[in-house]
Ligand binder design. Structure first.
Ligand code: MSP
Length: 550
């Protein structure tokens, strides 16, 4: 059960032309829950590394900065800080936050490009194509035609651009990529898994349609603001922002090009390569599942083990976009966190979000429904019922019980949930992981409804032993479920562990923590305090909370 392979999870690095919204927060939340699950699984964060950050060298950052009468660096810093503030609202536990304007990134990214120029995988040539300025990328002729010569993401007109560029010879890696994905499908070491399945199929289809070389530089024009990384050996060109940005995943853990520093933990971060999983939405899967692994293979580096592209958050069935002005901004999430708790927002986003291949609508009514059923009437009510009864019938002390039959019942009824939880983690299926944890809580509710300890307790002299067994079993299952739920709801589950006096001990693996009645389980005589309710019931008729003003 205990895995010692270093675990490295990443989010895209987000553009700093704008402030964070639900889409950015969602991918970072997914990565956060994955990182927390892995820390739990190992009993420590030593071998887990969670990276997020900002992509700052885009042309649109220069434009937005000019519109706002400040330098690109000031604008980038302002928005990078906004991302960090947003992550505090949602309790996102990243280990490092990279900004591509940092020296540690720039120096290494340039060195990778130099390596690719030396190996002949990057070469000079001419290029003409359809440029999507809002996304900073060229579209193929077919894609441009299909979208009616406007950006498929923002709807802005595409520009016809012709330039002399450096190119990465992606066309050389067609077979290597197909082999890589094939090995990933078969779960072989060194393979790359693309998930979900529908996305993998799309990528494979496109690779089979043929790969072309991709431009990796921009010629610097007179009057251009000096923003970005110069092509090594050719200062007349700048490295294309996408190519530079992808390098962030490696620059931050790489220690081969520079002496070890405090920030790369004495060079020890190298052990995190290859990345365990790159999370993102489907918009940027091609860069991550095709261009980036091919670049890595060309550099002699291992490709990521998993590339996971979720779907989109939408609003009333329509894509969220700047032009429609229908983004769920961070202020809205903050208002929800204020009223219902940050953990409730995390739970809603995690369980109702677009983790698979289907888009998800953000809906207040759904939020309240899920909040009440899973949290207020679910884990919250179950925990307080159990602690109230222990208080009432046993003076707040965990009762003495005959453990083996209860442990056997746990084996029968809850082991499958634990197994599902762990299997789901391996497949990045955080939804199933969350569902199996909450189903343990539902099982306790049913058990209490069937056995009616509150009725039996009217005759404690006759039924005392049964009441003790029912409550011990229920409390132990709630404790174990709360450990599993702590990745999704860290602060509420911490509050429960504090009230029950059973905080997960550092250095103890998930397997040990989840042993029923084991060394980290509830011991007879241990005091349980019935704390404040974890989640107050929400009134469905109350209007949605309005955004907290920045
Ligand atoms: N800077 C590039 C990424 C470089 S990674 C080497 C970029 N930035 S972005 O700011 O546009 O972020 C795109 C990502 O934000 C998506 O892949 C996804 O992770 C997240 N989302 C943005 N809008 C979203 C939704 N509406 N729904 C879900 N996630 C979305 O692309």
């Amino acid at each position: 059960m205990t895995d010692t392979t270093p675990y490295y999870v990443t989010t895209p690095i987000y553009y700093v032309n704008d402030r964070p919204h639900i889409g950015h927060c969602y991918t970072t939340l997914v990565a956060d829950v994955a990182a927390r699950c892995e820390r739990l699984r190992r009993g420590s964060g030593d071998d887990v590394f969670f990276l997020t950050g900002t992509d700052e060298h885009a042309e649109k950052v220069v434009l937005r900065a000019a519109e706002n009468q400040c330098s690109p660096m000031e604008w980038a810093t302002r928005n990078a800080d906004e991302f960090k503030a947003a992550y505090r609202v949602l309790d996102l536990s990243y280990d490092d936050f990279v900004r591509t304007t940092e020296e540690r990134h720039k120096a290494r990214a340039a060195a990778y490009i130099a390596r690719l120029m030396k190996s002949g995988d990057i070469e000079l040539g001419d290029y003409e194509g359809w440029w999507d300025a809002s996304q900073e990328e060229y579209l193929t002729e077919t894609a441009a035609k299909e979208s009616g010569f406007v950006s498929p993401v923002t709807g802005k007109p595409l520009e016809r651009r012709r330039e002399q560029n450096y190119f990465f010879r992606l066309d050389r890696y067609e077979q290597a990529l197909l082999d890589l994905i094939d090995r990933g499908d078969r779960g072989e070491a060194g393979g790359m898994r693309i998930a979900p399945e529908a996305r993998r199929n799309e990528v494979l289809g496109r690779i089979r349609g043929g790969l072309q070389r991709v431009p990796v530089s921009r010629r610097i024009k007179d009057g251009d603001v000096d923003w970005g990384i110069r092509m090594p050996g050719d200062p007349g060109h700048r490295v294309y922002v996408w190519i530079e940005a992808l390098c962030n995943y490696l620059t931050v853990v790489d220690n081969q090009l520079e002496p070890a520093t405090a920030v790369n933990e004495g060079g020890a971060r190298r052990r995190f390569w290859p990345a365990s999983v790159h999370f993102m939405a489907k918009d940027i899967l091609w860069f991550h599942a095709v261009i980036w692994p091919a670049m890595l293979m060309a550099m002699g580096e291992k490709p990521p083990r998993t590339v996971y592209a979720h779907a989109y958050w939408v609003r009333d069935g329509r894509k969220m976009s700047k032009s429609l002005g229908n983004f769920i901004e961070i202020e809205t999430l903050e208002a929800y966190a204020k009223r219902y708790s940050a953990d409730a927002v995390r739970w809603y986003m995690l369980t109702q979000g677009p983790l698979g291949a289907t888009d998800a609508d953000f809906s207040h009514a759904k939020f309240v429904e899920v909040y009440n059923s899973d949290l207020a009437n679910g884990i919250g009510n179950c925990a307080s019922r159990v602690s109230n009864m222990i208080e009432k019938y046993f003076g707040g002390e965990v009762p003495e019980v005959d453990l083996p039959p209860l442990a056997a019942k746990f084996q029968d009824e809850c082991r499958p949930c634990l197994r599902d939880y762990l299997a789901a983690l391996d497949g990045c299926d955080l939804l199933t992981a969350a569902a199996s944890a909450i189903s343990m809580v539902r099982g306790v509710d049913q058990f209490i409804a069937q056995t009616r300890p509150f009725t039996l307790a009217k005759q404690m002299d006759v039924h005392g032993k049964s009441v003790a067994g029912i409550l011990y079993y229920s409390a132990e299952v709630v404790r174990i479920a709360s450990v599993l739920l702590s990745a999704a709801m860290p602060s509420k589950m911490r509050a429960l562990h504090d009230a029950w006096g059973c905080p997960p001990s550092p250095g103890v693996s998930l397997a040990a923590l989840c042993e029923f009645g084991g060394p980290y389980g509830l011991r007879p005589g241990h005091r349980i305090v019935k704390g404040d309710p974890l989640f107050m019931r929400a009134d469905p008729s109350e209007p949605a909370p309005s955004a907290v003003q920045a």
